[in-house]
Design a protein around this ligand. Structure first.
Ligand code: PLP
Length: 423
């Protein structure tokens, strides 16, 4: 199957990290997914810890989401015209994210971040953007500078094909270092349009913001007349209903969303302050558009998923917290028993086991991890029926479909994998 895919698709994939280059071996080909599990064409079952890279917070093929998609499809796959589902989903998003006064739907997280940056530049009349090393905001040219995720996995600092002039207005600074941000503002007075940040980094593996860091970014952006964009494509509706901004009590100017918001269908959104959002065409001078934006199937899936999260938030978030803690800390304890030091970074249902005994608070520290050890562990876990994200520089995700049985299965697989690899 891999060979056939490779004869038509570069590397056999449509997104590089799926090729398993960082961990070796051929990736399984998924035939179907249900709850917490993926099934390949040979009938193997895998406990899934990447959840389509985040969207599947309620588990795969969650019946209310599946039914909403089926019923929307029967009414037409795309209109290219306004329909009530757009405002219905927007209302749910706003209920979770009060800072998002107005929003626009797009088809991916990349588009959400790219459009938010353009809007910030248009609104402020400034060109420079501050981003952070190891943070990934999609594959738009200006944002592929010291990005994490696949870009880090493949050891390329940026990407071929990005002209230097395109990237020259992007300032990539170390995460969790407020002094570096202040210095950049001092050196580029009245030139910085915005700071864009993953409030909890997921794309260098999971890295938590130091106490006061996000508040510091908010304060510096305000002081220097720049906008603060929280990229909550990964953290939105995951760390809490209102994402990282609710958890850490930060009010950004703009927020970008993706993954969970579309219930697993191609969908993203960006939104925030009304005066800023009103700069978008057709009201304002910043152009942004999309043939499939606000797609009726994606809106229906998003409405079904968010409605469920909102209705059951009091059960869902504590469950995710408890399950993820048991798995993340349980495996770290097993590793310690056999003399392997790993550093576990976790917030709610996203986590990473870094194969290093040192704390990981920025990308440089993440890059000290023993990626060969991670790769061995990944392969042994896959052999034992657990599918982890195939790179040290990616966060793992837990869903509502993961319960006590899945915790026990993951721990037993890890015991087996650690013994196979290190004894
Ligand atoms: N922003 C963050 C924080 C992400 O994690 C991702 C994707 O993983 C993106 C943006 C880009 O989203 P997409 O892959 O939907 O274009």
């Amino acid at each position: 199957m891999q060979q056939r895919a490779e004869s038509f698709l570069p590397g056999g994939v449509d997104s590089p990290v799926r090729a398993f280059r960082a961990v070796g071996g051929d990736p399984p080909f998924v035939e179907r997914a249900d709850g917490a599990y993926l099934y390949d064409a040979d009938g193997n079952r895998y406990l899934d810890f990447f959840g389509s890279w985040g969207p599947m917070i309620l588990g795969h093929a969650f019946p209310p989401v599946t039914e909403a998609i089926q019923s929307a499809a029967a009414r037409g796959a795309s209109f290219g015209a306004s329909h009530a589902g757009e405002a219905d989903l927007a209302e749910l998003v706003q209920r979770c994210f009060p800072s998002v006064k107005k929003m626009r739907f797009v088809s991916s997280g990349t588009e959400a971040c790219m459009s938010a940056i353009r809007l910030a530049r248009g609104f402020t009349g400034r060109s420079f953007v501050i981003k952070f090393e190891g943070c990934y905001h999609g594959h738009a040219d200006a944002l592929l500078v010291k990005a994490g995720s696949g870009v880090a996995t493949f050891g390329i600092p940026g990407s071929a094909g990005v002209p230097a002039e395109t990237a020259m207005h992007t300032l990539a600074l170390p995460y969790n270092d407020l002094a570096a941000v202040e210095l950049a503002f001092e050196n580029h007075q009245d030139q910085i349009a915005c700071i864009i940040v993953e409030p909890v980094v997921g794309n260098a593996g999971t890295i938590l913001p130091a106490a006061g860091y996000l508040q510091g970014l908010r304060e510096l952006a305000t002081r220097y007349g720049a906008l603060l964009i929280l990229d909550e494509v990964m953290t939105g509706f995951r760390l809490s209903l209102g994402g990282a901004q609710e958890l850490y009590r930060i009010e950004p100017d703009l927020t970008t969303l993706g993954k969970i918001v579309g219930g697993g269908l191609p969908c993203g959104a960006f939104g925030g302050r009304e005066d800023v959002m009103n700069f978008l065409a057709p009201l304002g001078p910043v152009y942004q558009a999309g043939t499939l934006s606000g797609n009726p199937l994606a809106m229906a899936a998003g409405i079904a998923q968010l409605s469920h999260l909102i209705a059951h938030a009091d059960v869902i978030y504590p469950h995710l917290e408890m399950t993820t803690r048991s798995i993340a800390e349980g495996v770290a304890a097993l590793a310690a028993e056999v003399g392997i030091s790993i550093t576990t970074n976790r917030v709610g249902s996203m986590f990473t086991w870094f194969f290093t005994p040192m704390p990981v608070e920025d990308f440089a520290q993440a890059a000290m991890s023993d990626t060969a050890a991670f790769a061995r562990f990944h392969r042994a876990m896959l052999d034992a029926g657990v599918w982890l994200p195939p790179s040290q520089y990616e966060a793992a995700f837990v869903s509502m479909a993961h319960g006590p049985e899945e915790v026990a299965f993951a721990l037993s697989a890890a015991r087996q994998a650690l013994a196979a690899v290190w004894c």
